[in-house]
Design a protein around this ligand. Structure first.
Ligand SMILES: Cc1cc2nc3c(=O)[nH]c(=O)nc-3n(C[C@H](O)[C@H](O)[C@H](O)COP(=O)(O)OP(=O)(O)OC[C@H]3O[C@@H](n4cnc5c(N)ncnc54)[C@H](O)[C@@H]3O)c2cc1C
Length: 229
């Protein structure tokens, strides 16, 4: 489990504007470590203006507020390792947020829940076409969702762990992961193809391994070396 507290850390703000029904847009702004978007319209718009890109601010400027601004404070990410339990109750299958809750800034929760459901369907189908009953189904299911949960966790919680005040167990190779993450971020900033690939991976439309071609790995190593020096 991770939990975050307020600290004087780099302020990382972000935002999205997403078209929804009835020609309306859902605008989300996010901050960290106590740097939260205000709930009054003027403050909210000013926060959007402070983002490095202008798309969300431009959208707000062309729109009329139709609802009430709402705030969600999510103080922790968690990954419940049911697969490590010596015994597990029969006839229960945890899905989505019941397995792992990710920082919503990264938009992984619904995708992970959908993949969990898809994997469960495959496990059930496999049982339906064999002579097995449902006994031990949870073992198959927990195995099947490991890669997805792990990919979502490694892409989100690792980022949050870069804040010293974030509590939680960091993997032994955290310094290397952090260096690789920061180097990849720089590569993505400079290369739209890498940016697109990360977006597809982030939305679970492609496996994480699809990014690491020989060429990208070479670029990554060069970038990491130059950042370290
Ligand atoms: C502000 C915010 C923004 C987010 N943005 C994104 C995003 O852009 N992309 C993304 O992929 N994910 C996003 N997420 C995460 C995403 O919403 C969740 O990961 C996802 O909804 C989890 O689905 P779920 O079915 O596991 O749980 P939920 O969607 O929480 O569904 C659980 C349901 O169970 C019901 N329930 C609870 N207790 C009981 C009970 N005792 N009896 C009966 N019913 C009960 C609840 O009312 C609820 O309807 C965001 C989350 C937040 C808070």
């Amino acid at each position: 489990m991770l939990s975050t507290t307020r600290e004087a850390a780099p302020k990382i703000r972000g935002g999205t504007a997403m078209p929804i029904e009835n020609c309306q847009w859902m605008v989300t702004l996010n901050g960290r470590k106590g740097d939260v978007p205000p709930l009054d319209q003027a403050g909210f718009t000013a926060y959007a203006k402070s983002l490095p890109a202008t798309a969300v601010y431009d959208r707000l400027n062309r729109s009329k507020l139709v609802g009430r601004l709402k705030r969600f404070i999510i103080a922790q990410s968690y990954w419940r390792h049911y697969e490590q339990m010596a015994t597990f109750p029969s006839n229960i299958i945890p899905i989505g947020d019941a397995v792992a809750g990710f920082n919503p800034v990264f938009g992984q929760g619904m995708s992970a829940a959908a993949v969990d459901a898809h994997e469960l369907k495959k496990c059930l189908h496999q049982r339906a076409t064999s002579s097995d009953n449902l006994a031990g189904l949870h073992h198959d299911y927990f195995n099947a969702i490991q890669d997805t949960v792990s990919a979502a966790w490694n892409g989100t919680a690792i980022y949050d762990m870069m804040y010293d005040s974030t509590q939680g167990t960091r993997p032994d190779d955290f310094p290397q992961r952090k260096a690789a993450f920061l180097a990849m971020q720089e590569l993505a900033d400079a290369d739209p193809a890498i940016r697109l690939k990360r977006l597809l991976i982030g939305n679970m439309l492609e496996p994480g391994s699809s990014l690491y071609t020989e060429e990208v790995l070479e670029q990554l190593q060069t970038k990491m070396a130059s950042m370290a020096g």
